[in-house]
Write a protein that binds this ligand. Sequence first.
Ligand SMILES: Cc1ncc(COP(=O)(O)O)c(C=O)c1O
Length: 474
Amino acid sequence: MRTIIEPFRVKVVEPIKMTTRAERDAFLTEVGYNLFLLKAENVIIDLLTDSGTAAMSSEQWAAINRGDESYAGSSSFYRFEQSVRDIFGLKHVIPTHQGRAAERILFSVLTKTGQIIPNNTHFDTTRANIEYVGAEAVDLPIPEFYEPASFHPFKGNMDVDALEQLISRVGPGRIPLVMLTVTSNSGGGQPVSMANIRAVKGVCSRYGVPLYLDACRFAENAYFIKLRESGYLQKSVKEIAQEMFSLADGCTMSAKKNGLANIGGFLCTNDDFLAQQEKDLLILTEGFPTYGGLAGRDLDAIAVGLQEVVQEDYLEYRFASISYLGKNISSAGVPIVEPPGGHAIYIDAKAMLPQIPSSQFPGQALAVELYREAGIRSCEIGSVMRRASDNNDEAPNTMELVRLAIPHRVYTQSHIDYVIEAILEVYNRRESIRGYCITHQPPFLRHFSARFAPYNESQPVRPFAACGNSALIA
Ligand SMILES: Cc1ncc(COP(=O)(O)O)c(C=O)c1O
């Protein structure tokens, strides 16, 4: 059969409340045009994130009922540990309440002020946790990463020469670890090839620096390797994932993505000494090492989810559905990050709305219009999210993207068709869309709570800053 169907049936349904355009206009004004501040019940299709939004399977719900809530040594932990070890193969498995907790513990223990952590592309929380301990987060993607329209099968790859130059310039003593984010969330859900992981590992080994994977979307990355890298077609996704992790000395993981769970994460390492320090810190801030801030039932849901996410029928359907969305909008002219990523489609708002300069947030303007048009919530990944630094609003961003992240097993084909129709409606009236300016912003991670107002031609606007002459409220 040519038609690829959802490889699951619906057992429980959650009604979607339909809203009118007039209602959505009012909600937008109420929340200062920040989609994070909308009530979820007022969203028709929620593509804000694939994180923690998965629909759990009947097996996961069954596992939840098996959850052992003993404070120490629960059987849930041992099922969780076995499932993680089966795929990740790393010696110490330390549960945490989500990915950023694993990052905080790793960088608190392994990193000192003035050190540098290279990555293909750091996710925001990774960068923030590195900067919090006084170290520097450096992105070293290949040049194609910055060209949304360019086709490269492994656009998430690290620039290996740049890594080598960095280490030899600053010395390995300043680099406590190298990270690879698989897939790269910050730039289109693009994968990293096995050859690249191997080459990065080669450089790390030469300098005695450990390699860590930010493994949130490891299964999607492994499936891309199967489809695109020669020699992997006959291997199972699980075998490919096992090979990826065999090259790593440790990993951080948010189980809210490819763990198919609504909460949870973990930190792995092969280093006994480091593991002990990490567990000591875990006890202080997350919980005992056999639960790490999670309920036993959460550990069981993750144990099952990790095994379900490497099933190829599932990944084939997921990729087919996401690339169907990408192809249907790009063939009508909508510029997207090519090729489609493993968990999301990223629209290039800078190319779609050339009349809006970065200083007036084209990504935000597009995200607002998708909500206004059809109640679709997406996420700006551009100058709102990535201001150059918390003290510098003036530097422009290279990419102005809108991410449509597809939650796992939540929406059907007709939901995707609805999204396509809405995007094309907005695309057809793109020339009339105008930018925004900021009326309020917090000192950091401003995208979560900033408030905006439509840009008004008659008011002077400081680049990347406040509407009119008003000072930003920190
Ligand atoms: C690549 C990547 N790393 C780390 C994280 C942080 O995970 P969490 O949201 O569970 O803290 C995310 C979350 O989106 C991510 O996409």
